[in-house]
Design a protein around this ligand. Structure first.
Ligand code: L34
Length: 289
């Protein structure tokens, strides 16, 4: 069993990006600039956006964090997005999800200028991704692809099972892994809450990408020997014995499944840090558009 070290790879990628930034500065240009909109005070979102801002500093990017109140109106939020769309000094920006219930998420994501949509959530970018055209690839799926590449995991012709059909992970990674190319060329099955006999699919899978958000969902009886496991789940579970008051859990029962897996990502330290590194990569790409 080999642990796929997302933390280590993300640091490597950030180092590569930092060197690109140094080249940009030497040419006398300004560094890439990423902005993030955070609505409300969700604890996990604060952590993730905080890491994004910190990582910008590490690689030499400029960053702007717009913290907006949970009660903000749809109209005021859209206005902020228009401001960022029209700000020539900002190369890319994200609106951190989830948004409060009264906000129409679809309208928000459709308002982001596709050329600054470094999350790749706009239908124009999502459509281009599905058609194998150049586009921004959503950071978490992009991070998974990058991990498969750097660990030289062959996905061609493999039975790949994706658990979960969210717009930000399950759906896009199922498209990416079935596209022509490497990584890609996989025979992808997308299973979800309405799937009958889910185990019959996971048991036959060569590669499993789990993006469900249910701690310890995937047990060792549900997988075959030699399986490759990518655990995207990241749930905070209350734990008073921990100084933070919670522990972070993946979808995979790591201790038992690792005995059967040939490769496995840990949580934390697997896919999470890659999401941040690939967001920076998209922002660098955006600056060069
Ligand atoms: N707009 N919303 C938008 N873009 C995104 O790409 C995200 N996502 C998801 C939630 N909402 C979003 C993230 O940024 C999930 N996500 C994310 C980012 C970073 C980490 C996890 C999820 C991460 O850094 N995880 C660490 C542990 C962090 C902790 O201590 O809680 C890890 O090692 O897995």
């Amino acid at each position: 069993m080999k642990i796929i070290d997302g933390k280590m790879i993300s640091n490597l990628i950030k180092e590569e990006i930092k060197q690109e930034v140094e080249k940009i500065i030497k040419k006398g240009e300004r560094p890439p600039h990423l902005a993030a909109i955070l609505v409300g005070n969700d604890g996990a979102s604060l952590t993730y956006v905080g890491s994004k801002v910190r990582s910008c500093k590490q690689v030499g990017f400029d960053s702007t964090l717009l913290k907006l109140p949970a009660e903000i109106s749809q109209k005021d939020l859209l206005n902020k997005i228009h401001e960022l769309n029209n700000d020539d000094k900002i190369d890319g920006f994200i609106v951190q999800l989830p948004l409060p219930n009264h906000i129409d998420e679809e309208e928000v994501l459709m308002t982001v200028n596709p050329n600054k949509d470094v999350d790749g959530f706009h239908p124009s970018n999502f459509g281009k991704m599905a058609l194998n055209m150049e586009s921004f690839i959503p950071a978490t799926p992009y991070g998974i692809i990058e991990l498969l590449k750097r660990y030289e995991i062959n996905t061609s012709g493999k039975n790949t099972v994706v658990i979960g059909r969210s717009n930000i992970v399950g759906r896009p990674i199922s498209i990416l892994l079935s596209r022509k190319g490497n990584p890609g060329d996989s025979t992808v099955t997308l299973v979800h809450s309405r799937t009958k006999n889910l185990e019959s699919f996971t048991k036959n899978a060569d590669i499993i990408v789990s993006a469900l958000g249910v701690p310890d969902f995937l047990k060792s009886e549900m997988v075959k020997k030699g399986v490759i496991i990518i655990d995207v789940g990241i749930t905070r579970v209350k734990d008073d014995s921990n100084s933070k008051g919670y522990v972070i859990k993946g979808d995979v029962d790591f201790e038992s499944v690792k005995e059967k897996a040939s490769f496995i990502t840990p949580v934390p330290g697997g896919v999470g840090p890659m999401t941040i590194a690939m967001l920076l990569k998209n922002t660098l790409f955006s600056k060069n558009l």
